[in-house]
Design a protein around this ligand. Structure first.
Ligand code: PFF
Length: 455
């Protein structure tokens, strides 16, 4: 199998279109829903520091590697890895990396969609003024009422999957850029308004910001470090081929270094803004910092319920969150769709319907984890927690580890140099050291540490 020079699925219209689409993939529930609650559960500052280090030392070089591999192979991740291996005269079995990724994307989308569905439910509640003057207890009850009803969760989950698969069926290189051009600035604007609101809580604002940024290393556990690393992969959409498949639609002559830095910075800034908006509210209202996955649904309504024009802002905020989740969801399933279209010769439409149905079905496990299946516990976790742990903390870092080894060791320096086209030798070698040694070592050490093998 030889490498095609362009992808059969089309190409981004410009470098900017790629940046938007990849940022659309990176920025999503991970930044606004997940980052705050896992930071809360893992003690704050020290966790955030580890997360930032992982973004810089593992995430950034790996993002460059994924874009590079994708652009070089120009096919779905499985075929891309296979044809690059062949060209480098290495084993075709490397393609198993891509398989882990396809599977991870599939599983992540199944629960991602249920959470996005909760956000859709909140769009309507907010616009309808349900949060007006709400107390912390009231906000808690509104969330509990939603999640305890399997029918409602199921309905919104279905709506979200249908929306996602509709875009995927039409092909992602057209349209997505326009959606993202509108969402990102609007999302940042509303987050800034929320941070402004939080800043009015006086001392609580300081307390929230300190929680986020002043590290207390006594609060971090090996398991917390693993969660921070896993989240670095999750939030940048790395380790599963999403960025790789987007890279396969990237025009030649685009600086991979520059686009990767832009995406990583945008993603990180949005997560930190979300944290700065949420933690002061948690402290000001005496809420539990370890509230878990319900955190944003139980804190933000309090802010919206007490600000002028809150119903409108709140509705817009949740709407934007849904859009951000939508552009991420599309990239979660794109590697599998590209594979189905290329290797099983089905139409995009057929591929989308089939994959969409399978994901929807798996999503039932998460829907029920909140209510009738609350007590289905495996390894001390509900089905939702288990799927989240398995993908974010194990599959993505493992996929990332292998991608780093593939880019750093299996591909020749000549190929990586040619594809990355970095003019400065120092920068290129910096990347090579990170991808060959630092990133793989960090992932392995963090894994071993988490299972208790390092003492
Ligand atoms: N990066 C997305 C988020 O932070 O919400 C989630 C995600 C998308 C993870 C695509 C992985 C992926 F391939």
């Amino acid at each position: 199998m030889n490498r095609p020079s362009t992808s059969i699925h089309g190409q981004w219209s410009s470098r900017w279109a790629f940046i938007l689409a990849a940022t659309g993939s990176a920025v999503g529930l991970g930044n606004i829903w997940k980052f705050p609650y896992i930071t809360g559960e893992n003690g704050g500052g020290a966790f955030v520091l580890v997360y930032l280090l992982c973004i810089a030392c593992i995430g950034l070089p790996l993002m460059m590697a994924e874009v590079m591999i994708g652009r070089r192979g120009r096919q779905n991740p499985v075929n891309t890895i296979k044809s690059i291996s062949k060209e480098e005269k290495k084993s075709p079995h490397w393609k198993f990396i891509a398989w882990i990724g396809l599977l991870a994307g599939f599983i992540i989308l199944s629960y991602y969609s249920v959470i996005a569905g909760q956000a859709i439910a909140y769009v309507f509640r907010s616009f309808a003024g349900v949060f007006e003057g709400v107390t912390p207890d009231g906000a808690h009850n509104i969330y509990a009422t939603l999640t305890s009803d399997p029918e409602r969760l199921l309905a919104w989950h279905t709506v979200f999957i249908v929306c996602t698969m509709t875009v995927v069926a039409r092909g992602v290189t057209g349209g997505l850029e326009k959606l993202v051009t509108f969402i990102m600035p609007a999302l940042v604007a509303i987050l800034l308004i929320l941070v402004g609101f939080a800043a009015n809580t006086g001392d609580y604002f300081t307390q929230g910001v300190e929680f986020l940024f002043s590290p207390d290393f006594s609060k971090i556990t090996p398991e917390g470090v693993l969660t921070a690393m896993g989240h670095a992969f999750f939030t940048l959409s790395l380790g599963m081929g999403a960025i790789m498949v987007y890279g396969s639609y990237l025009p030649k002559n685009t600086s991979i270094l520059k686009v990767s830095i832009t995406i990583a910075i945008a993603d990180t800034v949005i997560a930190l803004l979300a944290g700065m908006a949420i933690f002061p509210l948690v402290f000001a209202n005496g809420l539990s910092i370890g509230a878990g996955p319900g955190l944003i649904f139980e804190t933000l309504p309090i802010a919206f319920g007490h600000m002028a024009g809150g119903a409108l802002f709140g509705g817009m905020f949740f709407l934007l969150l849904v859009f951000a989740a939508w552009s991420s969801a599309i990239s979660l399933i794109e590697p599998a769709i590209a594979w189905l279209v290329e290797n099983k010769q089905v139409s995009r439409r057929r591929a989308s319907v089939t994959a969409g149905f399978a994901v929807w079905l798996l999503g039932l496990l998460t829907v029920f984890s909140y209510n009738i299946g609350q007590h289905w516990i495996l390894f001390g976790k509900t089905m939702f927690e288990l799927l989240d742990y398995l993908t974010a903390n194990i599959m993505l870092p493992l996929g990332g580890l292998f991608i780093a080894i593939f880019a750093g060791w299996t591909m020749s320096k000549k190929s990586t140099q040619e594809e990355l086209a970095i003019t400065s030798p120092i920068v290129y070698h910096g990347w090579l050291i990170l991808i060959r040694y630092i990133a793989p070592a960090a992932v392995i050490i963090i894994f071993l540490n988490a299972i208790g093998l390092l003492g």
